[in-house]
Each structure stands twice: as structure tokens, then as C-alpha cells.
Design a protein around this ligand. Sequence first.
Ligand SMILES: [Cu+2]
Length: 303
Amino acid sequence: MTRTTTTTRRTLLTAAAAAALALTLAACGSDPMPGMDHGAAPSATAADHDMPGMSHGPDGMAGMPGMDHGANGLAAEQGGYRLEGSLADTEYRFTVTGPDGKVLTEYQPEQTKEMHFYAIRSDLSGFQHLHPTRSADGTWTAPLAALQPGEWRMYASFVPGAGSGKGTGLVLSRTATVAGQADPVPLPAAATSTTVDGYTVTVAGAPKAGAAGELTVTVAKDGRPVTDLEPYLETYAHLTAFHAGDQAFAHLHPEGAAATGAGGGPTLAFHAELPKPGDWRLFLQFRTGGTLHTAAITLNVAA
Ligand SMILES: [Cu+2]
């Protein structure tokens, strides 16, 4: 018979909802908007691995085999749909090939658009979000603003209107290199608020990686709540996020009904499900007086 050892039961207090985020307040540095930087347009070269004219190749090379699911926007191919693209100067031209090997020409609009396109540099600077045009043969053209030299990732977010994945949203991406000396922009420290065009944007919520949570965003101007947000893509704010390090992508959808008329704000709630811990760069886009504003803020997501 052995003596029973005394077990000390330690109750670990889970810091359940430590209300305020464990985020450090930013040094309030006015976030540069590199995407809007129309400085020296570097000559771009098509990325090494983004060879145009390879649209019918069977699943080879690019793409991330074995990462069909949960690729977080980092794969060039998913569910049989494959992105091919090339960058020439600041124009990114691309196609999506469907499971049948043919260029996809049918799409289901989401948030009013058949295609949502994003570009971001590997240091998460230079965010661009645009809606390319499609020609009858299925080729998309995205006219980008100036791209600083460096490694970029181009994302196509869409809902196929044909094929086995019809109706299921996909985000595919590829990298592209812009020639020139790349000057890395340090990722701004995690913060709870930032300013853009005179608006102060405050983010609250403490999402955990891989778990459903909520983020709320409050918009103020001159110390007063903003209540005249206009609909932009059927929402009062469009929120996308990119993971520091690997550029994983997330689109945070607003909770509640679609925005129909002007008068949104000041607080907007988003369903947050960020798949990985660490820093994420959030880009919040909202419209007032016919002008689109893009606020950028870093959010740290706990494991
Ligand atoms: Cu879009």
C-alpha cells in the first residue's frame, strides 16, 4: 500500500475575457498607405513561377499539394480550381481554370462583384483591393497602383458559377516579384486604434486563433461617433486581414444585415475567425461622402 500523495489542485484562472485586449497601444504612427503611394513606378517583372501561357498544365509545379483545404488563401489551386497569372508593369492578368481544365467564365457575384482581388507585399505593406474586369474568354485584368519592389502576393477571391465547386467561395493566390531594391517596411506594432483621413478607427475584441470570435470596430471623427457610413460592397465596412510571416488571408464578414442605405456606424461587428496565432494586419475599408477610406491596424491573435 502506497501512501497517497497529496495532490495540490491548482485552479488555473483562465483570463476569461480580459476585456481589454492584450494589445499594446500603438505609437500612433500615422500608418503609411503604401498602396496609395504613387511614387516611382518600378518596372515589374513577371514572377518566376507565374508563367503565363501555362494555363492548361495539369496540376503541376505551383500550388501547394496536400493543402487543398485550409490553405488560407495561400494556394494557387484548390478543389480543382487553379489560378494562373502574370504581372506586367502594374497590370496583373489572370485566369481561373476549372476542374474540367477549361478557363472559368462563370462566376457567382459575392458582395456585388464576381471577383475580389487583393495585392499585398510580403511585409504586409502596399495593400490594394480592387475589382478586375473580365473579358469574354475568362481573362481577368487588374490594374494596380504602383507596386514597390519586392515580393508580392496576388489573391483572387471568388465563387465559381460552374464546376464541382460551384457556389463555394475560394481564395487562390500566387506570388509575383517586382524588380528593384526592396526596402522592407517594419510591421507596425499591435494597436487598438489608428487614424486615416481624419477618422479614428478603434478595434476591440480578443479573437483566439482558429476559434470563432467577434471583433468590433468603432469609427469616430473629431471625437464624435461617425454615423454616416455609406454602403460599400453591401457592408458598412470591408475587413480583410493578412498574417505576418506567411501572408495567410482572411476576410472578416460583418455580422447582421447587409448595408443598404447611408447611415452606418459608429460601431460595426465582425465575425472573426483567424486561423493562426500571431500578428495580423487588418485593413478596414469604409466609405463616407463618396470617398473610400482604408485604415490599417495590427492585431495580435492569441494561440
Ligand atoms: Cu472586393
